[in-house]
Write a protein that binds this ligand. Structure first.
Ligand code: S3P
Length: 196
């Protein structure tokens, strides 16, 4: 197992800005899976979707997950759909500590629309995007740690995340807590949702 920090979450969750800040704070390299794909393909994500379709993009993501095994000690921001395949959450957890940047749908949706060209949003209405968000939640929820980003800025998200990462490495001499124990933040989320 390598000691990467892997950020997951829906489009607009803040993975890029939080990842960049976190990497700076930890003195680590910052990597984005979307950048790995565009570098390898020599064209932008919207062009890949337009010219080859979503299925081809998902195949490139699969290959990218295999390449991530070569990384160690990096902060990695994943594309919003990358963790959402059966077996993917486990594959990501084998690469390091997976962190879900969880935001309320409305806030995340608004941010996703504001910044960047996102082919998954094109031609889809709000309800359809919310359905996609809900369908993806069970995959994101399998992260090792969850940070609720509602109403706070990227600096504050990083501060919360650093505390959770420190708590986790203090709890476990190997820098890794027990898999089946929900972390404090996730426990609070589960309680709000009426789950154990
Ligand atoms: C996607 C999210 C995008 C990018 C691609 C597909 C998705 O990344 O990987 O457009 O399926 O949610 P961001 O989450 O960084 O926007």
């Amino acid at each position: 197992m390598s000691d990467n920090v892997i950020l997951v979450g829906f489009m607009g969750a803040g993975k890029s800005s939080v990842g960049r800040l976190l990497a700076r704070r930890l003195g680590r390299c910052f990597v984005e899976t979307d950048d790995m794909i565009t570098a390898q393909e020599g064209r932008s994500i919207p062009d890949i979707f337009a010219e080859r379709g979503e299925a081809h993009f998902r195949a490139l993501e699969e290959e990218t997950v295999r390449l991530l095994a070569l990384k160690s000690g990096d902060v990695i921001a994943t594309g919003g759909g990358l963790p959402c395949r059966d077996g993917r959450p486990e594959a990501l957890r084998a690469l390091g500590t997976v962190v879900w940047l969880r935001g309320e749908f409305d806030a995340v949706y608004e941010r996703a629309q504001r910044a960047g060209a996102r082919p998954m949003l094109a031609g889809r209405g709000r309800d359809e995007i919310e359905a996609l968000y809900r369908a993806r939640e069970p995959y994101y929820r399998q992260a090792d740690l969850t940070v609720d980003t509602t109403g706070i800025n990227p600096d504050q998200v990083v501060a919360k995340l650093l505390l959770l990462l420190r708590e986790r490495s203090t709890l476990s001499p190997k820098g890794r807590g027990p898999q089946d124990e929900p972390q404090p933040e996730a426990r609070r989320v589960h309680q709000r949702e009426g789950r154990p």
